[in-house]
Design a protein. Structure first.
Length: 306
C-alpha cells in the first residue's frame, strides 16, 4: 500500500468511526471516545520519487537492425549463432520455401495456359477477319446479304475482345509469377549491416510469422540514453560533459550530451536525451544501466575592478 493510499484509508476509517479506540453507538454525551492523534502527512508524497542522484540511464547500441521474416514459414534454418560477427549482405537464415516453390510451379503452368489462350484467340480473330473479308466481297458483288455481313463484323469484334482478355490474363499471370520469384529470393535473409548477432528471436527449425523479427544485429559501439525528470528539465544542455556511473563498475565514465527531446513524454513525465561516451572502454555491454550525474556549473569568473 502506498503512502497516499494508506492515509486515505485511515481517513475513511476515522470518518466511519472504525479506527481503534472509537466506540460506536454511544447515547450518553459524556461517553465519547478520546480524540486520536494522527500524524500530519508529509508535504509531498510521490511514489515515483527517486532518491538516487542523477538521471536513470542505459547503454544502447549505436546501430541496430531487426531482421524480420517477410512471409510466414513453417521452418527457419539459422545460419549464425548468438554473438557471431556478420558482414553486410551475409546470409543469416533461410526460410522453408517448399510451399512457395509449389505455388511457383503452379504459376508457371497457369502462365503457359494463359499464353496458349492468347494464341487461340488470335487464331479465332484471323478466322473471323477472313470471313468478314469474304462477306464484304460477296455483298459488293450483289451475291451476299447485309445480315451475313453484320454477323461477320460482330464476330470480328468479339474475337478482338477475346484477344484483349486473353492478353490481360496472361499479363496478370506473368506479374504473379514475377512476384512469386521475388518472394522466393526473399526467403533467404541477409544482414543489412555489419556487426554482431545480439538477439535470436526464433530458434533454429522453429516456425516464424510474417513480419516478426528472426534475429537482431548491432554494431557501432554503444551510446547512452537517459531520462530527465520534468522538474529537472533544463539542468543539462547539448554539448555538456556529464559523468556516467554504471552498475557493477567502480569507475566513472565521461559522456557528452548529444540530443535532448523537445517535448515531455506524457506518460513517463520524462525528457529523453542521449549522450556519446568520451573514450569508452571496449568491454561495455548494451543494456547496462546506470546514472547520469550532471557536473556542477562552474561559477563565472569575477571581472577585475578598475
Amino acid at each position: 500500500m502506498t503512502g497516499r493510499t494508506a492515509l486515505g484509508g485511515l481517513g475513511l476509517a476515522l470518518a466511519l468511526g472504525l479506527a481503534p479506540g472509537c466506540r460506536g453507538g454511544a447515547t450518553d454525551a459524556g461517553d465519547l471516545a478520546e480524540p486520536i492523534d494522527v500524524a500530519a502527512p508529509a508535504d509531498r508524497l510521490d511514489d515515483r520519487a527517486d532518491d538516487k542522484p542523477g538521471f536513470l540511464a542505459a547503454l544502447t547500441p549505436k546501430q541496430a537492425a531487426d531482421i524480420p521474416a517477410p512471409y510466414t514459414s513453417a521452418r527457419a534454418s539459422l545460419a549464425v549463432k548468438l554473438g557471431d560477427s556478420v558482414t553486410a549482405g551475409q546470409v543469416v537464415a533461410r526460410l522453408d520455401d517448399r510451399q512457395l516453390r509449389q505455388e511457383l510451379d503452379a504459376g508457371r503452368a497457369q502462365l503457359r495456359t494463359a499464353q496458349a489462350a492468347v494464341i487461340q484467340a488470335e487464331v479465332d480473330r484471323r478466322g473471323a477477319e477472313i470471313v468478314l473479308t469474304r462477306e464484304k466481297a460477296a455483298e459488293a458483288a450483289g451475291v451476299g446479304s447485309r445480315a451475313d455481313l453484320a454477323t461477320a463484323t460482330q464476330a470480328v469484334a468479339k474475337a478482338s475482345a477475346a484477344v484483349t482478355v486473353a492478353r490481360a490474363t496472361a499479363e496478370e499471370r506473368a506479374t504473379r509469377l514475377a512476384q512469386l520469384q521475388a518472394h522466393l529470393s526473399e526467403m533467404t535473409l541477409v544482414s543489412p549491416i555489419a556487426g554482431s548477432v545480439a538477439l535470436m528471436y526464433a530458434q533454429d527449425g522453429a516456425r516464424v510469422e510474417e513480419g516478426r523479427p528472426v534475429l537482431r544485429v548491432i554494431s557501432g559501439g554503444v551510446s547512452v540514453e537517459f531520462a530527465i525528470p520534468a522538474d529537472k528539465a533544463g539542468s543539462v544542455r547539448p554539448g555538456d560533459l556529464v559523468d556516467l556511473r554504471l552498475d557493477r563498475r567502480p569507475d566513472l565514465l565521461t559522456a557528452r550530451v548529444g540530443h535532448i527531446a523537445p517535448e515531455l513524454d506524457a506518460v513517463a513525465q520524462m525528457v529523453i536525451a542521449d549522450a556519446d561516451l568520451v573514450e569508452p572502454p571496449p568491454d561495455l555491454q548494451p543494456g547496462t544501466v546506470g546514472r547520469i550525474l550532471p557536473r556542477p556549473a562552474r561559477p563565472a569568473a569575477a571581472r577585475p575592478t578598475k
